[in-house]
Design a protein around this ligand. Structure first.
Ligand code: MGD
Ligand code: MGD
Ligand code: SF4
Ligand code: MO
Length: 728
């Protein structure tokens, strides 16, 4: 292995990264000079045998199956597993850069306890024994004073999050939430309330795809990202609506620089045109078709043009083209929809367009969700008489998901102590200081939290404010349960991880942490199992699944892909596709989507929108290989308003909303709508131990307004209006 301080060059990294994407690529020699002492030492030994190990990437939620190549005890390279159909045998640059995720000098090494004020950065190293005793004692004390629901849990989304969830359940709190209320709940709500389940798009076989408020060529979703490129090669037409010229827009045949927040106008007009033709929709398979025809009569393309800026003749033509291509046509459902206060209704308009295209359960359309049949072993949840009736934010949004709730609404309740106090926080693998809008409010919430324990592999901004920080182990060190990945039946699969290397420093697996805590808290029997025993229970009835996982690293059991519902009722209230939603009617929401004009930003103000880069996952920017591509974020602004405001490329600017402000450099961007500005997420870190991003660029979480979608309670980040001024 290469010694010395030279970091890998950007060009060399790109080359290796692309090579890794080629199916079956072999070992290309040492990739990274690690910064971990053991690994450094190993590097000076004679080259040992290279061994390969199945794992699955954990750099984002896609969890592409991977093969890790190890030599002298050090991970040298990560390759894609060609047998993984869901990821189409690919790993992306982030996956490849996972070597720097595990071998980062910033990794948390030992349990720490805060000694100064919160956020002051004064810590003492403590033993695991002490950390566990103290945490157990603090949690029990809060339960004693404020009931079990007085502790809230954010268990992350990970193969072992199930154990953190189980720990929260057995401990007895209902106040459990994860990142989903900052991500996709409004989309899920809309599709569940239309089709009875969250469908998976059959991108590969589609002939016409409209993509709105999504950017799958940068925000990777497998297999969609890869299939989109393949579908285009096969002649699929792609139309993109986005206020920014994204990579997906670059792939598209047509891109409309839409005014943000006006998508529903486009879809209502599109439906107005589609129902005139009555070509594809089958009214007998839907609930409320007649009412809908009447409803959209109010929304002709000429009206929509004034709202969203897309010419009426284009809307008419797209309606014609897409009905021609239907049922092998779709409005892509997208994923992150934490954007507007009527986000569920916007996605309902998109879902209803899919209903009219009659693409449900058919090739090139939307497919039924399926898992391979991995079981969730049963556990008892005790009853606590003194617990309150419901979760703390219950009833604060009409279509809140009972099991997930809403982080923002929960945060309001912690601050107001209504309807009851929450005084403890147990967090695993989430970083809400960077990913929840209004960072100052999260800091304010902590004033009401007596004890906060955080498990991470880095001193994230959130860990920085904790009372006890516990070092988790990374995915390359973990032995994980079998993990099912939901998809269409063509893509549903399962994987499991074996440790590629041993736990580094004093990092420990989540299961071990909750086992140790449970023993101390009197419910150790609930976690009296090993991962191996757990896996056996998970795969009961799946013949040979564990052997296949050991042999191939991935398990599929493909079945019928299309026509799964043939003749049988959907899981909706009416049993058919619901255009008119009766539950919404009962809860006082619009049973069919009604257009709400977004606020005009006003003179010299802008709407701040959020969006992914292909390089980073959410706030996980502190990676030496990835920051070579971008080491701070910039504010993207169209040249016209920039020159009007006297701002130039590279100027330091202050961006201010009603929520907060932060500073970063300006980037002139011809591809952005003129009243919209954009910056990447995951910069302007408060924690000095995120050494590559500490105070680099701005934290968008400081600026984003923390309002929410009125139905699902999902965050509504794009409701943020900002002013921008030059800092002299
Ligand atoms: N590389 C990478 N891949 C990822 C992730 C990652 O962090 N990095 N994260 C994963 C996760 S958790 C998720 S949820 C998905 C997210 O996947 P997507 O939802 O596809 O990603 P976003 O980048 O949030 O896409 C939102 C797009 O909407 C545009 N937009 C903003 N406002 C409007 C509007 O009013 N109308 C329209 N039509 N467009 C608008 C934005 O400019 C942006 O391009 O990506 C997943 N994949
Ligand atoms: N401004 C803005 N906010 C957003 C978004 C956005 O695009 N912009 N996107 C939204 C979306 S779609 C989502 S899904 C959410 C995501 O919200 P979060 O889940 O809070 O975001 P991540 O950045 O993925 O944070 C994951 C944390 O887990 C830690 N971690 C990584 N690997 C491990 C591990 O193996 N073990 C442990 N214990 N910890 C680990 C990381 O260091 C990091 O601190 O953010 C939402 N919020
Ligand atoms: S898309 Fe990239 S980061 Fe996400 S799981 Fe796959 S390889 Fe990892
Ligand atoms: Mo997400």
């Amino acid at each position: 292995m290469q010694e010395g301080k030279t970091p890998i060059s950007r060009r060399r990294f790109l080359k290796t990264s692309l090579a890794a994407a080629a199916i079956g690529a072999g070992l290309q020699g040492p990739l990274v000079r690690t910064l971990v002492p053991e690994a450094e030492a190993a590097g000076s030994r004679p080259a040992g045998e290279v061994t390969s190990h199945f794992t699955a990437c954990d750099m984002c939620f896609n969890r592409c199956s991977m093969i890790a190549l190890k030599q002298n005890g050090v991970i040298k390279k990560l390759d894609p597993n060609p047998k993984c159909l869901k990821s189409r045998g690919m790993i992306c640059a982030r996956g490849n850069a996972a070597v720097k995720h595990i071998y980062s000098p910033d990794r948390l090494k030992y349990p720490l306890r805060r000694t100064g004020r919160r956020g002051e950065g004064k810590w003492e190293r403590i033993s695991w024994e002490e950390a566990l005793d103290y945490t157990a004692e603090q949690l029990l004390e809060i339960a004693e004073k404020h009931t079990r629901c007085g502790v809230m849990f954010t268990p992350g989304v990970d193969s072992q999050s199930r154990f953190v969830q189980q720990f929260a359940d057995v401990f007895g709190s209902y106040n459990i939430t994860n990142h989903e209320s900052l991500c996709l709940l409004s989309r899920n709500r809309a599709y569940l309330d239309t089709f009875g389940e969250m469908p998976y798009p059959d991108v590969l076989h589609s002939r016409y795809i409209i993509i709105v408020g999504a950017n799958p060529l940068e925000a990777f979703i497998t297999p969609d990202t890869i299939d989109l490129i393949e579908a285009r090669k096969q002649g699929c037409k792609i139309v993109v609506l986005d206020p920014r010229f994204t990579k997906t827009a670059a792939l598209a045949h047509e891109w409309y620089k839409i005014k943000p927040g006006t998508d529903m106008a486009f879809f209502l007009a599109l439906c107005h045109e589609i129902v005139k033709g009555e070509r594809y929709c089958c009214p007998e398979k839907t609930f409320g078709y007649e009412q809908f025809v009447e409803h959209v009569a109010k929304y002709p393309p000429e009206w929509a043009e004034k709202e969203c800026g897309i010419p009426a003749e284009d809307i008419r033509r797209i309606a014609e083209e897409i009905t021609e291509a239907a049922p092998r046509a779709m409005v892509y459902p997208g994923r992150r929809t934490s954007d507007y206060e009527d986000s569920t209704q916007i996605r309902r308009a998109m879902a209803i367009t899919n209903v009219l295209l009659d693409n449900w359960d058919r090739p090139g359309g939307l497919l039924a969700a399926r898992e391979v049949g991995v079981k969730s072993p049963y556990y008892d949840i005790p009853w606590y008489d003194d617990n309150p009736f419901d979760r703390v934010e219950a009833g604060k949004a009409t279509g809140l998901f009972d099991a997930i709730g809403s982080f923002q609404l929960m945060r309001e309740s912690v601050i107001s102590e209504e309807p009851y106090p929450i005084r403890g926080w147990f967090s695993f693998k989430t970083n809400f200081m960077q990913t929840a809008p209004n960072r100052q409010k999260t800091i304010r919430m902590l004033e009401n939290i007596d004890f906060f324990v955080n498990i991470d592999i880095f001193m994230s901004d959130t860990a920085w404010f904790a009372d006890v920080v516990l070092p988790g182990n990374s995915f390359l060190e973990r032995k994980d349960p079998v993990h099912p990945l939901q998809g269409s039946s063509a893509c549903a699969c399962a994987f499991m991880r074996e440790p590629v290397v041993e736990d580094m420093f004093e990092s420990r697996p989540p299961l071990w942490i909750v086992q140790e805590l449970s023993k101390r808290m009197g419910f150790g029997h609930s976690f009296d199992f090993t991962i191996d025993e757990y896996r056996e229970k998970q795969v009961e009835g799946l013949d040979g699944a564990l052997e296949i996982l050991r042999k191939d690293g991935i398990y599929f059991n493909p079945s019928k892909v299309y026509g799964i519902y043939a003749g049988s009722p959907l899981k909706t209230l009416s049993g058919v596709k619901e255009i008119y939603n009766q539950r919404y009617e009962r809860s006082g929401d619009d049973p069919m989507p009604v257009y709400r004009r977004p606020d005009n930003p006003g003179k010299d103000k802008f709407r701040l929108v959020v969006g992914r880069t292909a390089i980073f996952t959410q706030s996980r920017t502190n990676n030496e290989l990835l920051t070579e591509f971008m080491d701070e974020n910039t504010l993207h602004m169209h040249p016209e308003p920039a020159s009007r405001l006297g701002l130039g490329h590279g100027d330091l600017v202050e961006v201010e909303s009603e929520t907060g402000k932060d500073r970063l450099r300006l980037e002139i961007d011809e591809g952005i709508e003129s009243q919209t500005v954009y910056m990447a997420t995951g910069f302007g870190s408060l924690s000095p131990q995120m050494s590559l991003i500490y105070k680099k660029g701005a934290s968008i979480a400081e600026i984003l307004k923390d309002t929410h979608d009125k139905i699902s309670g999902n965050a509504a980040m794009h409701e943020t209006l900002v002013s921008v001024r030059k800092v002299s």
